[in-house]
Design a protein around this ligand. Sequence first.
Ligand code: SSN
Length: 485
Amino acid sequence: MQALKETQLYCPFAYIDGSWVAADSGEQIDVLNPATGESMGNVPRLGRAETERAIDAADAALPAWRALTALERADILMKWHDLMMEHQDDLAMIMTFEQGKPLKEAAGEIAYAASFLRWFAEEARRIYGDTVPAAKANQRIVVTKQPVGVVGAITPWNFPAAMITRKAGAALAAGCTIVVKPASQTPFSATALAKLAERAGVPRGVFNVVPGRASEIAAAMTESSLVRKITFTGSTEVGRQLMAQASQHIQKISLELGGNAPFIVFEDADLDAAVEGAMAAKFRNAGQTCVCTNRFLVQSSVVNAFCEKLAVAMNSELKVGNGTEDGINIGPLIDDKAVAKVSEHVHDAVDQGAELLLGGHPHPLGGNFFSPTLISFANSRMKVANEETFGPLAAVFPFDDEQEAVRMANDTEFGLASYFYSRDLGRVWRVADALDYGMVGINTGLISNAAAPFGGVKASGLGREGGHQGLDEFLETKYLCIDLG
Ligand SMILES: O=CCCC(=O)O
């Protein structure tokens, strides 16, 4: 890639046991730039055999890595963090080329991704145990924490760097080794991270990257008794399959799955602040974020005012185009299927009586671009109420009172992120308690943070990433019972 300051960060290989390798079959994945449809290069399409070799390498590297002190592992993670920040512009450029998000947003993701390495480097030194008063005078009870072992990670295309470091940072800090299968749409961000991990001194075998056939790689991970933990971000459908597969060897599992985020605006809210939050919660990554608002639930008395203000903000602030160009803040969707899904949700809603206030069609630029769209008078029978749109469609559902808002918000199989705006302190606590979600943004539309436990309930997943809780997911608890004789 000529656009890079350091062209070595463009790595068209897999990374196994500290070596840059091709697929046994010689097969390649052609990675397309979603803004132009042009190829940005190929990476190897690996399968089962190469994944098994990566697992063996991770297993061989485990004893030495877990034997390092927490501080030694932390120093390496901090070096990796520093290198990511040093190469932030190049990493962002790679991401914009393969994923489409605008350069500024991609640079933001690199900083967010690096923040997980820093966070877990710091947390590595706080892997504390317990001493517990024993039942017998001559006994002592001590509880220690140990790394779970080899980890298999499967990561998505919408956050090609942060979803890797959120898993790998925690795994490595805990003393685990890891095999990462990046999404086939965005493997170059993963291999660039591997290049920097190598430079930071992550020993061979500790961090491996295996782009390739998802079903074969997942099967190799879940059928291996060496892999003790599976961590996945992606669809609920795939998460269900992985959970069933992981039962074979009773592997620990973390799943960060789909969402259907409600964003509730009560009549006592500061409407301007709610609109600002709505823009962030809806249009980040062109709406392709698992915590993006899917349903705006707005109290009937303020629904017109909210829609007017949101339409003004969308008109004046959103500029659609190729993310490498200046001033663009809505890039393309990942592919034509994503465009078709947003179109389908818009048509379904309009056919069932929703009012189209803005957009509603693919963008005149063509390709994978979709015009930011606003509809009102959406209702629970529409697809947009029940499925994650994953695109720039803001759908507004009116409600009458607090009870109805909470009922509508919870009326979904999902439970990842939720948001609400209110200035009434009593209501803030009541609604925060009543929302059946893993995360609640209160008077804010941005909740992602390395220090916070990210994750969902119900069909949105299991486990937490980030926060000190994110480290626990990669640790086993061991209880020592000492008889003093
Ligand atoms: O889409 C998944 C993760 C997004 C985030 O960490 O904010």
